[in-house]
Ligand binder design. Structure first.
Ligand SMILES: NC(=O)c1ccc[n+]([C@@H]2O[C@H](COP(=O)([O-])OP(=O)(O)OC[C@H]3O[C@@H](n4cnc5c(N)ncnc54)[C@H](OP(=O)(O)O)[C@@H]3O)[C@@H](O)[C@H]2O)c1
Length: 309
């Protein structure tokens, strides 16, 4: 299959390129500012995804069977800081790509977020539950879901993804990579003991996106996540233990939402996703936390610190 991939230099995009290459697909990857190596790509283009003419030109050049959109300003804090910068990649881009996919009769696979929900209840959110975002990133993601649906309902699948783990190309993007950066800088990781997430790895999500490229009958908004719900604090402790770091070298402090109301205001307490119907029809399985931890590497930028002990 010929696949056009945006965000090829991101945490998920890089995992997708590797997975697609393993399955024998030809992927053209679009990157923004990243200049490092990206294994798995057949071809690579550097494009500002705010440039609609450039996007259209590359779609026409590649004539893809599938377009997979992994580009975004994916950090809620950055979105709040600079709403104008995130609007184009987070909402306008998926809308444009969905329109182009429909025109080319190509499959379109897009990623949304668990942050479509407010996290105020403990039961898992179903795919058809009412959305209730509490921050701008969540509102942009919901807007993108709706725009994609209106532009190309019969061609598009949008996957709401959870907190992601994995090894990113820059080594600074995922949960454990950020914790390593804090520890290497002599900081304590402050983690909420009353914020619950259902993490999965970028590699596992990439396998799902790849299956969705092939399963064109699966359309609309779908959910994917890991097999376990865990607090951010417990996840930090599990990561520290996995890398055999001592509490002295890798300090972690538990904080509660009541202690940090200004931070908690735009963060959800409890985000669990009901994975039906996707979990019942795909070959890819949700991973346990142990399976997820097994694939994590020491980030290159923290290697000196890690091995200096
Ligand atoms: N990470 C998570 O925990 C998480 C959780 C749920 C959902 N998601 C969603 O999953 C998807 C992938 O996220 P991710 O974590 O892989 O993101 P990421 O690591 O932050 O990567 C973002 C990608 O988007 C590209 N990009 C952003 N703006 C661009 C622009 N104007 N022009 C060209 N490229 C641009 C970046 O390119 P350069 O770096 O080359 O500039 C990079 O390849 C996103 O839709 C995100 O919202 C992520």
């Amino acid at each position: 299959m010929r696949i056009l991939l945006t965000g090829a230099s991101g945490l998920v995009g890089a995992a997708f390129s590797r997975a697609a290459a393993r399955h024998g697909h030809a992927v053209t990857g679009i990157v923004g500012g990243f200049a490092g190596e990206l294994p798995g790509l057949l071809a690579r283009r550097t494009i500002d995804l705010g440039d609609e003419a450039a996007i259209t030109a590359v779609v026409v050049e590649v004539l893809p069977d599938a377009i997979v959109n992994c580009a975004a300003v994916s950090e809620p804090a950055l979105v709040e800081q600079d709403p104008a910068r995130s609007q184009a990649p987070n909402v306008a881009l998926p809308t444009t790509l969905a329109r182009l996919a429909k025109k080319m009769k190509a499959r379109f696979v897009h990623i949304s977020s668990e942050q479509a929900f407010d996290g105020a209840r403990n039961a898992p959110y179903a795919v058809d539950g009412a959305t209730s975002p509490i921050n701008l990133y969540g509102r942009q993601k919901v807007a993108s879901e709706q725009a994609v649906y209106h532009a190309a309902a019969e061609f598009a699948a949008t996957v709401r993804a959870p907190l992601l783990m994995g090894n990113s190309p820059g080594g600074r993007r995922s949960t454990h990579e950020r914790m390593f950066a804090d520890w290497a800088a002599g900081k304590t990781a402050q983690l909420f003991s009353d914020e619950f997430r259902q993490p999965c790895t970028a590699d596992n999500l990439a396998e799902v996106l790849l299956e969705l490229c092939e399963r064109r009958e699966l359309c609309g908004v779908l959910h994917w996540a890991g097999a376990e719900l865990i607090s951010r604090h417990a996840l930090g402790l599990a990561l520290r233990e996995h890398f055999k770091l001592s509490p002295r070298r890798a300090p972690i402090t538990a904080v509660t939402r009541l202690e940090k109301p200004e931070v908690a205001r735009t963060r959800q307490a409890h985000l669990a996703l009901d994975l039906a119907p996707l979990v019942n029809v795909l070959n890819t399985r949700p991973q346990t936390l142990a399976q997820q931890l097994a694939g994590l590497r020491v980030p290159p930028s923290s290697r000196d610190w890690y091995f200096a002990a």
